[in-house]
Design a protein. Structure first.
Ligand code: ZN
Length: 263
């Protein structure tokens, strides 16, 4: 079959499926010389190549690998450029990949993050410096959102309470690593202590406070390593109390209590 010229592309017939080409659905690849097209439509040609590839998949994979190693720099550069030029295409592809298998996608993203952490953080820092307005807005939105997310509210409150009680000695450590329970366990426990006539929303809207049944002030600790820190913050010493009662209670102690000596 002779090669066709561009003028004829609309009437060109695929030699495999017989579809008349030139349309988006059934285009033809251009040969190296300008204005000359292949005899098979794109769809048929891709299918043919794939079948050929699969026929001898082991060998072909090795060949591809070898080709990649020889030209890896060039290929990477090309991919980078492609990504920059078609951000939407790549974004859509990532979204599709995520939807198809979120677990694998997240795992890969994690590995990628740890591998390139410093580079990513540097990029973020630069971006933050160049677009301060964008980040101001982002912070505002996320703060607004956090106000109504019970988990975030709880996390922030326990964080603040603990920070205030330890000041510098918290040393940037996460509260979870200091107490031996996590956010879920804490929220499950606190929900059991909601006073009559209240519900979890009252905690989110600050009508209920986190209260230490035995007040913080009577425990003898300045560091998380001290024995009393664990006693003060263990789950059974925490409850929810209406804000008014909590403020009235202050640091009053109901029964007898023996604080530990510092370690
Ligand atoms: Zn075809």
């Amino acid at each position: 079959m002779p090669l066709f010229f561009q003028d004829n592309i609309a009437n060109k017939k695929c030699s495999i499926c017989g579809e008349i080409g030139g349309t988006d659905k059934c285009g033809f690849y251009i040969r190296e010389k300008p204005n000359k097209y292949r005899n098979e439509c794109k769809i048929c040609l891709n299918r043919k190549c794939l079948l050929n590839y699969r026929k001898n998949i082991k060998n072909n994979r090795l060949k591809l690998k070898a080709y990649y190693h020889q030209n890896s720099e060039e290929i990477k550069e090309k991919q980078k450029l492609n990504r920059l030029n078609n951000p939407k295409k790549y974004r859509d592809r990532d979204v599709q990949r995520y939807k198809k298998d979120p677990k694998t996608y997240k795992e890969r993203a994690k590995i990628h993050y740890h591998k390139n952490r410093e580079c990513i953080l540097l990029g973020q820092k630069k971006d933050r410096k160049e677009n301060p307005e964008k980040y101001k807005l982002k912070n505002k939105l996320s703060n607004e959102k956090a106000k109504h997310d019970p988990k975030k509210v709880l996390n922030r409150r326990i964080h603040t309470l603990m920070y205030l009680s330890l000041k510098k000695n918290k040393g940037g450590r996460k509260w979870k690593t200091l107490v031996g329970y996590d956010l879920d366990q804490l929220s499950k426990h606190l929900k059991k202590t909601i006073p009559n006539g209240y519900d979890w929303n009252d905690f989110v809207s600050a009508k209920l406070h986190i209260d230490h049944i035995i007040p913080r002030s009577v425990f003898n600790y300045t560091k998380p390593e001290h024995a009393d820190f664990k006693r003060c913050w263990e789950l059974k010493n925490l409850q929810l109390l209406p804000a008014k009662e909590n403020l009235l209670k202050g640091a009053k102690l109901a029964g007898h209590f023996q604080p530990s000596l510092l370690i």
